[in-house]
Design a protein around this ligand. Sequence first.
Ligand code: PMV
Length: 339
Amino acid sequence: MSHAAAPGKVILFGEHAVVFGEPAIAVGIDLETRVDVIPDERLKAHTVNGRSISTYAHLFIEKAVSLLWENAGNTTPLAIRTSSRLPSAAGLGSSAALSTATCAALLHLTNQFSEVRLARAAYETEWLGQEGRGSPIDTSTSAHGQALFISREKQEGHLWTLKRGERVWNIHHQEMPRLTMVVAHSGQKGKTADAVAKVQMYVDRTDFAETIIQDLGKLTLDGRDALLKGDMHRTGELMNEAHELLGMLGVSTSRLDELCRVARDHAYGAKLTGGGAGGCIIALSDEPEKLKEALQAERAEAWIVHSARKGARAWGRTVGRPSRRPRREPPEDGAGEEE
Ligand code: PMV
């Protein structure tokens, strides 16, 4: 049996703007998804949590199995079990953590695990499973953990490069103090693909959206400086500004605005995180318990989270020879291109 665990993430700065090549910073969090994979000749077909695999219910798992198991010529059915502490459609990267943990378990099972191969396969899986998804920020953060800086250009700390059509993302390790954050759920599901499509529409039809996206990119760079200096007051101010700009792009909601307002009484700053249009806010605070209580008093589900020390891990039994590569590699200009 092969086991894997992969963290969710929060985006501190640069969501939506990263889809257009602007820089972003994301941090892995200590809420994880776990996947176990057992090859079982007695099964007629793959199962997930004891039920037959179906495209409707298990889209990402099905894509990962096809990419890393079936395309490598394996025919043994798999019994797959999943469990997660991450709420879905909340901007915390739950689908990326599931894709990444499934790919990690399969890469380990077939003796192919490496962090870069995982980042590549997990992005390919998410891309195949979620038409219209933008950047590789979620899957790369889940693979690497800790903190990532994503930019168009290659810089110090470079980990890997991923491409999709014309767009190029260079993924870097970002040094950062360990952060304690409070995450609160708006109670509304946020569909990332719809939010990304809405921003694209503003970019296509208005003059202001492109400027906002560039401003969000600048905030990311200022946010990185502030975080590196350990200046939480400035970091918080920049988070507040980022939230305002994301609101102008149409991806905030009145509930997210309200939760940010409440959070700011006990926090350096607060903003929506991820796709928005529902989902979660994050707030940076050195009074996390008080902040969590204030948000719960507003009937929001809230968690104290810390930045994850580690990215995805896999362990357990393997099959096959070391370094067997999948028969079909991701397309040359596809999600997974690696340098
Ligand atoms: O909502 P999430 O956790 O999937 O984050 C989406 C981040 C976006 O920048 C809005 C889209 C992307 O793919 O980068």
